[in-house]
Design a protein around this ligand. Sequence first.
Ligand code: ATP
Length: 478
Amino acid sequence: MSEKHLDKIISLCKRKGFVFPNSEIYGGLKASYDYGPLGVELKKSISDKWWKIMTNNHENIVGLDSSIMVHPDVWEASGHISNFNDPLVDNKDNKKRYRVDDLLSQQKTKVLELLCENMSINFEQDEIIEIICRELLEKENKHDGVLEKSGVIDPFSGNVGKWTAPSQFNLMFKTNSGPSEKTGKSIFLRPETAQGMYINYLLVQNSMRLKVPFGIAQVGKAFRNEIIARNFIFRTREFEQMEMQYFVHPENDQESMDFWKEQRMDYYINELGIKKENLKFHKHSEDSLAHYAKEAFDIEYNFPFGWGEIEGIHNRTDFDLKEHEKMSGKNMMYFDALKNEKYHPFIIETSTGLNRQFLMILCESYYEDNENNRVVLKLPFDLSPNKTVVCPLIKKDGLPEKAKEIFMKVNNRYKSIYDEQGSIGKRYYRQDEAGTPFGITIDHDTLNDNSVTIRERDSMKQHRVGIEKIFDFIDDNK
Ligand code: ATP
């Protein structure tokens, strides 16, 4: 699938009511999107499915809905105030601003080689861009002017940029709590949902009488002031995360990490139906690990613009709990009454973006059926916004009345849509593009023999089915 397909998916999303550009009447707000009628249904189905698998399928995982705004010390303790930064550079010639890692990823290999030579770094290493970025920030004076000297091109102008020294840019959105900017306290919109689970973990554990190992799951908004937000809903400044924090005995961290890696990959393949070849693990090298992590893996999907992270599985050790203990002065240890043992549990985190899963599912489902001159969204039944479209063959002879009667019945069990506009072929094609798996057509025979035609989205096969057997047919073929 190419970049061109992404443009087609973006256009389909707008046309069919999945995703709209935000504030369009005012010229739009960059990297901000609204979810339309079909989009909210799809997003909700993805989130419900994740929730069911993570909580209903594990008797020791419970839910939480913590606040977006928390005490500012939370971010001091978690390290987000000092570490949640991206390196930035400006081109003095045209005032364009870039994230250094992003800028370097767009350079030719020979530019990167020269950069490494000028910085005395061995080029033959994994994640070389991250190593260069860190080195640039840590030894700013030593590497003064090195980007320009190495011929780093500004992708906007196509010329070597007149680069400023890299500086750190904190990704958290800051705002004020209280009526006045002067007297109000500075607070931050959360950049991850995780911290809400850490600061509440003992309350959750006590209230539910949980024993380690146990997990807390949460779905909610997160905000990051991304320097470059792009690739449609892949990277936005406001997004939703689905996170699960698993609290384990420090001796069992590796076992738990292995378990969750397997579970999560299995989820994408067997629950969401993503092709194996479109998924892979990416292990973070020691150099690129986040400040809190002992080990980290990303699950990546092969998007039309290349491989991109959809989920992170991190061994966050006891870092967060110990830091919150230091900052708050409150004991954050778990007490195992049976063993009479007190300890800070290690945390294995699975963290995925709902919006990125949404985009992945659209990319995976998008299919151009050139033989039949149609576009089909081959969404799995349980994720399809509408499960059936109910159509009277024509708009007269009592067919609409009968069709509405059937629609009410079907819609009560499976979310459906009623359509009597245009030729039946056009109506089917409209719904193919929206991912509706079944078409139910009411014709003159229906009035005599109480049967309807059910048409399957992917195969386009049609079946004559008695009205009382509609649900059996759907359940057998979904
Ligand atoms: P990236 O490297 O792409 O910036 P990250 O490693 O910072 O991602 P995490 O902090 O591990 O991401 O967040 C967990 C998940 O949250 C990611 O796997 C992704 O699905 C989602 N996510 C993170 N940032 C964004 C964003 N700006 N827009 C949409 N989803 C995001």
